[in-house]
Design a protein around this ligand. Structure first.
Ligand SMILES: [Zn+2]
Length: 242
């Protein structure tokens, strides 16, 4: 169920039987010349619609955070880059408030890679408050599965563009899809770096994207994420490989 549509009494009642809240976290930033600025908001939103259809009585979906951290894409029009410490602090306080109202398990459903480093200390601080916090990065967590559908991955690349096409073809301009395989040789930052590594605000080969690939990714990742959420709800968070 969606928190935005509950009143205060309904929210309190729901928390008596549901202990899990999903917080979608996105980003407003350039995604090539072909995908919308809201790509990292739109994709988690679609995944959560699909998950809500199946698990609507088992979790509460909080309103999304549409801004995040993106040093890499900051030079491109439309990117709204929030400093990592400010963004992390904001997410932490949203989580802390949810804990105050009785939430026990918090799922950070992230749509944007640049958010991840800032979210790790947030998860640790929230765990110290007593929460169990799960971070989902769909394109990283299920990369192996996605690579059975796509030849490659990338920011506004083949996989991400395909998913947006599957959600709404009318918001993608495939005539502007490009190829960029530039990559820094190490974990490095230098002035002007993003204009070279993120040429055209894109990585990977977006020209290979298709609606069919996007539909396959959406359905495959939705199944994997639902499986993971069920593990979370059952408290099965340790794997024993021994
Ligand atoms: Zn993205």
């Amino acid at each position: 169920m969606y928190m935005l549509y509950l009143n205060s009494d309904q929210f309190a009642e729901a928390l008596e039987r549901i202990d899990t809240v999903v917080l979608p976290i996105g980003m407003t930033e350039a995604h090539g010349h072909h995908c919308p600025l809201g790509t990292d908001v739109i994709i988690p939103r679609r995944f959560l619609e699909l998950i809500e259809e199946r698990m609507g009585d088992e979790l509460i979906i909080a309103p999304e955070i549409p801004y995040g951290h993106s040093w890499n894409l900051a030079p491109y029009p439309g990117t709204l880059d929030i400093p990592a410490n400010v963004f992390g602090e904001y997410v932490y306080h949203v989580g802390k408030n949810l804990a105050k109202w009785g939430v026990k398990k918090l799922v950070l459903f992230n749509g944007h890679g640049g958010n991840t480093p800032a979210l790790t200390p947030v998860m640790e601080r929230l765990a110290d408050l007593g929460l169990t916090v799960l971070l989902i990065n769909w394109w990283i967590d299920y990369a192996a599965e996605i690579l059975t559908i796509c030849e490659g991955q990338g920011h506004a690349g083949e996989d991400e563009t395909s998913v947006v096409l599957a959600i709404d073809e009318s918001i993608v301009d495939m005539s502007k899809a490009r190829v960029n395989w530039n990559k820094a040789i190490a974990n490095v930052r230098f002035p002007g770096m993003s204009l070279k590594t993120m040429e055209n605000a894109q990585t990977g080969d977006a020209t290979l994207a298709s609606k069919a690939k996007g539909e396959a990714i959406l359905s495959l990742c939705t199944e994997k994420i639902i499986e993971l959420l069920r593990h979370l709800q059952a408290g099965q968070l340790i794997m024993n490989k021994g």
